[in-house]
Every structure is written in structure tokens, then in C-alpha cells.
Design a protein around this ligand. Sequence first.
Ligand code: NAP
Length: 311
Amino acid sequence: MRALACSGMASGGQAPARTLDPTPPTIGFYPHDVRHLQGTMPTIGVIGTGSMGRMLIRALIAGGAASPEEVIASSRSAAPLLEIARETGITALGSNRAVAGGADVVFLCVRPSDVRGVLEEVGDCLDADTLLVSIASDVPLSLLAGWTGARLVRVIPSITSAALKGVTLVVRGPNADESDMRVLHSLLGAISTPVECGEDEIEVMTALTSCGPAFFAAFLRECAASAVRTGMLSPERAETAVRETFIGTAALLDGGMETFEEIIDAVATPGGITEAGVQMIGEDLPPLFDRLLQTTITRHAEVKARIGRTG
Ligand SMILES: NC(=O)c1ccc[n+]([C@@H]2O[C@H](COP(=O)([O-])OP(=O)(O)OC[C@H]3O[C@@H](n4cnc5c(N)ncnc54)[C@H](OP(=O)(O)O)[C@@H]3O)[C@@H](O)[C@H]2O)c1
């Protein structure tokens, strides 16, 4: 763990109080003091233990990127923080400042509208050695850089990291150096395939990688529902058939058949039933997917404008 840098967190200091369960749990909970951790290298900090913060903690540990002793976290509400600390053995701290002052890499996992407030709160704790990783959608580097002087990277995770699969998008900030990127690639590579991208393409990439699991699941749900509407299958049989086939198709992509065309060619005999279906999908789906992507892009623009106005 790096030396504590921020005012109020020096030896014996108290960080600003947070809303915490008055009953300390038996493991991993030290409200305002990280002195006991000195020398044990808890290098990863997570601020905000909502669904993504907790997912990242679990994945980083499961993927072998960090041991529980190397992870410290804080959050606004005590319950989810204490729950993840009990579950994984990480250390829950009583303030964001304690996490920012005690970690080498700080994952900021709060909602976009909360980012500015947290950065102002922890400002003097993020020193030149800290790498700040914001996972907030729609908060561009230009805004982040105006709110903090820390070395910055933007990351868009995907729920697929819960299975140590999928893509994590990485946008390098202007002052992040090669060694920062190596550290980040090593952490994120344990839970996903990290893919660097520019802010000009991040919204389309987000639709594919981070919204993607929900879009694919909605597509699969409609496949099953359509089969049920024929009146010949129960919802359970249809869902099992679709789910297992999707898992099998993903395994093919993972295990040798590298392109979509390869799979289509292997199944769709010229002039056969599958080919007719593939042709219909090619004709009817593009307008839907174009509209879907356009909708996500428009929505991002609205949220970015709001964040830009209000921070
Ligand atoms: N969900 C996704 O699939 C996804 C994908 C990519 C990126 N993201 C980004 O990930 C971020 C988190 O999303 P999420 O779905 O995990 O949201 P979430 O479940 O609402 O989690 C946000 C967490 O931040 C905590 N928080 C709020 N203000 C705080 C403060 N001042 N100090 C410390 N903690 C604070 C919240 O505490 P409370 O429990 O008190 O509310 C909550 O636990 C968002 O910025 C989002 O854009 C999400």
C-alpha cells in the first residue's frame, strides 16, 4: 500500500464520517483507519460497491488479479459494502478518502452524477502515484480532468466479467503512462479481454460490449417467445433449447470457429431451410439494429449534456 497522502488520513487522523452500520462486522471492517494495513500492499481501491463495484471486486479476486488482502473499498451505504467484505474478505473502509489515500489503483464505481462530488471529496488523497480508473459512462476525460489532477483512465466494464469473459473498454487519459496501461491491462486481462478505444467510438463499443449482454438476452428471449407462440412448445422447453444452443454457439466461437460466417456456412446448406432463415435475418434485422444503436447514441448524448451542465 502506498503511503497515506491526504489530510485527515495521516496517522491517527479521522476521515469524514460516512453512513456506516454502527455494529462492526467481524471481518474486514476498519471504519477510519488504514494504519494496520501499512506494508501489506492493498493496492486496489474500489469506491462505490453497487452492482458494478461488487462485480469488479468478485471478478478481480476470482480471476487472480488480486487477493482479498490487496483490495480496499468504501461506499455510501454500509450494507452492500459490508456484504461484499464478508463475502470476499476484502477490507471495507469507512470513507472514500481512506480508500483514495490507501490504494495505488482506485476504481471509481459510482453513478455518473456522483462522480464530481466524490472526486472533490477525495481530491487531496489522489497523489501523483495514484491511477484513477473511472467506470462511469458518459463522463468524458475532459470533465474528469477538470475535477481531478490524478492520472486517469476511463474503463467501461461488462457484466460478462462476472464469468471472466467479454470485453472491458479502456480509454487512456492524457496523463496515464505506459506503466499505468500495463498495470491496468494486467488487472483487466484477468477478468476479460481489455480493448483500448477512443472516446469517439466508445458509445458504439459500449452498445456492443456493455449493453450487449442485455441486447443478446433480449434477442434470445424473443426467439424463445416466438417458438412458444407456435403453440407447440412450453416456455420452459423453448428457453432451454435457446439457452443451450446459444451457450454452444459461444463455445464454438471460443473454440475454433472464429467468424460468424464460418458458423453460418457450416449450418446453412445452400437452398436449405437454415439458409432461408439466415437470409430473412439479413433482410429484416439491419434496420432494427441501426435504430437500436442510434437510440443508444442519442441517449448517451443526452446524459453527457446533462452531466456537462450539472456535473
Ligand atoms: N451497470 C452496468 O452494466 C455498467 C456498465 C458499464 C459502466 N457502468 C457504470 O458503472 C457505474 C456504477 O453503476 P452501477 O450499476 O454499479 O450503479 P449502482 O449499483 O447504483 O452503484 C453505485 C454505487 O455507488 C455508491 N455511491 C453513490 N454515491 C457515493 C459516494 N458519494 N461515495 C461512495 N459511494 C457512493 C452507491 O451507494 P448507495 O448504495 O448508497 O446508492 C452505490 O453503491 C456507473 O457510473 C455506470 O455508468 C455500469
